[in-house]
Design a binder for this molecule. Structure first.
Ligand code: AMP
Length: 495
């Protein structure tokens, strides 16, 4: 299958060639022709599957085809042009609301910016297509300036968009395409009311495309309410399994053990760039500080940081100036940096879906990656939940000199009953906080010492062995989600 056979406009094919894509991914193969035909879509796929192009290419195709047949002189004036005309007529210019043709809603600012950047890339040869991001944290005057250009495509996070809608700055009466990107995540973050309000402000005649890791439960209910005879596309299988990512669990006795092990693993020469996930913003800051003191080029990224600081950190990561990003889930959504070879779960995520998203920060664009979870013994049950969700066993790895006192098998079997775990349990009661020092035998870990395998290669021999490893797929589980079965809001207070 080629992009030509998908029937895309020549201007878009040119941009795809520039992007270096040689063939469409599976989600693109299924979604693009259906979306060009005007179908509503419900797509279960992960970030990393090429989903942005799956909804953006057919939309751009539609706009490019319409532009070909448009009488340019008859084109509507932009709000800016309207104001200028009013001034030249000696009238007081009134504010004219932007009338976008496409709206993409995303859960986070980072994902919104990433979608906008991808759109600019895919529309590089398309006439008259402007895409802008409308995000919380961005100064209002800047956003007003962006809206006054009357962009065809708005990429927005729900909260800020509602502000502009309510103050009459945006008029959705001409909206043709609505995309909900990572819809499950938006619901997890409590955006359901905002989404309902936004959807209600758009025309019934719109085309709706919803992308989500899962189409079960509340997401599925909402999806069915807002779409018409949707085509359902399920791509989640291989993406959820992340077959190009080598996954491992290391059991640790306490925080000191965890910190020493993280330090050791980060010094492995196969780590080009890494993301370390923490449960809280405060831990992200603390661990980034500690890692900097230990000699790593580390930076924190979390939802308490101003957008400018978040953007600077992400730019530094893309340029390779930051080697270790210490992040919370919310901030890390949407990071697409191919040089990230490793993801470390310093804390396990609250929900198994987040595990899948987290590890998807590595192994981007067809590369291999490594995902390592540092888990205390009481958290064995949470590892099992992730395994049930991904239907894969995550092998336990042990590094010589960093062995936990309790065996991993015992940790798994003495794990608490399902439901007994609460957010925050990840913390060990230990007060230890050693960093960069010796291993548990009092030996020093040597910088650069190889202790674990390169992405997707078998575990390195001498220093590393696996316990209880499985080939994956042997685990048949319910795939149940953590948390609220009714899909009510979950609190993400400190993330
Ligand atoms: P996404 O799932 O949209 O976040 O895309 C993940 C990554 O895959 C991005 O870096 C895209 O640039 C890249 N990508 C998207 N489509 C293709 C394709 N057909 N071939 C190669 N890379 C792609």
């Amino acid at each position: 299958m080629t992009f030509e056979t998908l029937g895309l406009h020549t201007s878009i094919l040119r941009a795809i060639t520039d992007s270096g894509y040689t063939e469409p991914t599976s989600v693109q193969v299924q979604a693009v022709p259906a979306a060009i035909a005007g179908r509503d879509l419900l797509v279960s796929s992960q970030t990393g599957s090429g989903k942005t192009a799956a909804f953006m290419l057919p939309a751009l195709h539609k706009f490019a085809t319409a532009a070909d047949s448009l009488d340019v002189t008859a084109a509507d004036k932009t709000p800016n042009q309207e104001r200028q005309s009013a001034r030249s007529r000696g009238e007081r210019p009134r504010f004219v609301a932007a009338k976008p043709k496409m709206l993409v809603l995303t859960p986070t600012r980072e994902l919104a910016l990433q979608v906008t950047t991808a759109t600019e890339k895919y529309s590089a040869y398309s006439r008259k297509i402007k895409a802008v991001s409308i995000l919380g944290g961005m100064p209002y005057p800047k956003q007003m300036q962006l809206l006054s250009r009357n962009p065809e495509i708005l990429v927005a996070t729900p909260g800020r968009l509602i502000d502009h809608m309510e103050s009459g700055k945006i008029d959705f009466s001409e909206l043709q395409i609505l995309v909900l990107d990572e819809a499950d995540r938006m619901l997890d973050m409590g955006f359901i009311d905002d989404i309902e309000k936004i959807v209600a402000a758009t025309p019934e005649s719109r085309q709706t495309m919803l992308f989500s890791a899962t189409l079960d439960g509340v997401v599925g209910n909402m999806a069915r309410r807002i779409t018409k005879d949707p085509m359902i596309i399920q791509i989640a299988g291989s993406a959820t399994k992340h077959e190009n990512i080598t996954q491992k669990v290391h059991f640790v006795d306490d925080l000191s053990h965890k910190n020493r092990l993280l330090d050791h693993l980060l010094r492995d020469e196969s780590v080009d760039q890494a993301v370390v996930f923490t449960a809280t913003k405060r831990d992200a800051d603390t661990i980034a500080d500690r890692l900097n003191i230990a000699g790593f080029a580390a930076a924190a990224l979390h939802g308490d940081m101003h957008q400018g600081a978040r953007n600077r950190t992400l730019d530094a990561l893309r340029r390779g100036q930051v080697r270790v990003l210490v992040a919370t889930d919310v901030a890390a959504r949407g990071i697409d940096v191919p040089a990230i070879t490793h993801v470390f779960n310093y804390d396990l995520p609250k929900f198994p879906e987040d595990y899948v998203h987290r590890i998807g920060r590595t192994g981007r664009a067809g590369r291999n990656g490594v995902a390592v979870s540092l888990v205390n013994h009481a958290e064995g049950i949470n590892v099992k939940r992730i395994e049930r969700f991904t239907k894969q066993l995550i092998p336990v790895d042990v590094i010589e000199g960093f062995e936990p006192k309790k065996s991993a098998v015992a940790s798994r079997s003495t794990a608490r009953k399902p439901g007994g775990w609460k957010p925050g349990d990840a913390r060990s009661s230990s007060s230890g906080n050693g960093y960069g020092g010796g291993n548990s035998n009092g030996n020093s870990s040597k910088p650069g010492q190889r202790t674990f395998s390169k992405p997707n290669s078998p575990p390195a021999g001498s220093g590393s062995r696996s316990e209880g490893s499985g080939s994956g797929g042997g685990y048949k589980g319910s795939g149940s989600r953590f948390g609220d079965a009714n899909g009510n809001r979950r609190s993400f207070g400190d993330r």
